[in-house]
Design a protein around this ligand. Structure first.
Ligand SMILES: [Zn+2]
Length: 328
């Protein structure tokens, strides 16, 4: 079960549901009153059953409930919305104000979180290996970022394009956390899923276990039950596998490390330049759904030119074994 969770965060496959949602929203709320930058969160509880969406437990603007899963989901969706709006002027997942719905207390001891195309769904964890899945803001933001990727480029969820899809979610997941904590690239921990594992899971070097490290891929955990974090941080260690959709959660370590290096090469707040370069690459019409690391890297360097950080971005990719000419 645990290994399945590690390799299987359930990705958005059907954001085509969005137009129907927008239509429902407009029915409920006249268009004239919908303002850009206006969050629309609704949190449901499945009450430990597996029926969706469950019952409404917190709507937009209502006060904290005291139930950590409900309040973390509400806050996490809000912080993710605020990040995309304030930093990139993006109005929700689809840039058209898509309402953000989340269901908590899904299933009994359910150890996963996923986006089903309409809402975020969070299990409470089994308490043995996993805590509740609302505990990490970057995990919430990671899943919502899959929606952004799906809406923009639909990077195919397999092999290198799938690893890019995963990496982009980690990039924005980490940036949402850094933005919320007001951390610079140097001050951030660059960890994904801190707090998600119970303290029974062994980390590396005396550190608590986490899902992934963007700074040092492969050092998230090293545990007798879970095994060792399999992520490489360099093309020399690229993992060829049929598992995990061709290693999408494994080889994402390589572009993750490239982003970390680009952000720290540039310095300051990672979302201001490095994050903007990655975001604009995701929106770049030249990016294709089956693109591999090399082409993605080239497009980041091209997009970096607008911010005069192409040398820093180029250097980052070189250090993970991807050589990009500065003049393309
Ligand atoms: Zn993912």
């Amino acid at each position: 079960m645990a290994l399945h969770v590690l390799s299987g965060d359930t990705t958005f496959r059907s954001l085509r549901a969005v137009p129907r949602f927008a239509a429902e929203l407009i029915k409920k709320r006249p268009l004239a009153f919908m303002l850009a930058g206006d969050k629309q969160r609704t949190i449901f509880s499945a009450n430990n059953a597996q029926a969706l969406p469950g019952v409404i437990v917190r709507a937009e603007g209502s006060p904290a409930t005291g139930d950590p899963a409900i309040d973390e989901a509400y806050d996490g969706l809000g912080l993710t919305y605020d990040f995309f709006w304030n930093v990139f002027n993006r109005n929700s997942i689809d840039d058209e104000g898509m309402p953000l719905n989340g269901t908590v207390h899904f299933g009994a001891n359910y150890s996963n979180a996923f986006w089903d195309g309409q809402r975020m769904v969070f299990g409470d964890g089994d308490g043995e290996l996993f805590n509740r899945f609302t505990i990490s803001l970057d995990v919430i933001a990671h899943e919502l970022a899959h929606g952004v990727t799906e809406d923009e480029t639909q990077l195919i969820y397999s092999s290198q394009s799938g690893a890019l899809n995963e990496s982009v979610s980690d990039v924005f997941g980490s940036l949402v956390k850094q933005y919320a904590l007001n951390q610079t690239a140097e001050g951030a921990d660059w960890l994904i899923g801190a707090g998600l594992f119970t303290d029974r899971v062994q980390g590396v070097g005396g550190n608590p276990a986490v899902l992934r490290s963007m700074k040092e891929p492969g050092t998230g955990y090293d545990d007798p039950v879970l095994g060792r974090d399999p992520q490489p941080g360099h093309m020399d260690d690229f993992v060829n596998t049929f598992e995990d959709n061709g290693g999408v959660h494994i080889n994402s370590g390589i572009p993750n490390k490239a982003f970390y290096l680009a952000a720290t090469n540039i310095g300051g707040y990672a979302w201001e330049k490095a994050g903007r370069v990655w975001y604009e690459t995701l929106l770049d019409s030249r990016l294709r759904s089956n693109d591999k690391f090399q082409r993605f890297a080239q497009l980041t360097v091209e997009n970096a030119k607008r911010y005069k950080v192409e040398a820093e971005v180029c250097d980052a990719w070189t250090k993970v074994g991807i050589s990009v000419p500065m003049i393309i």
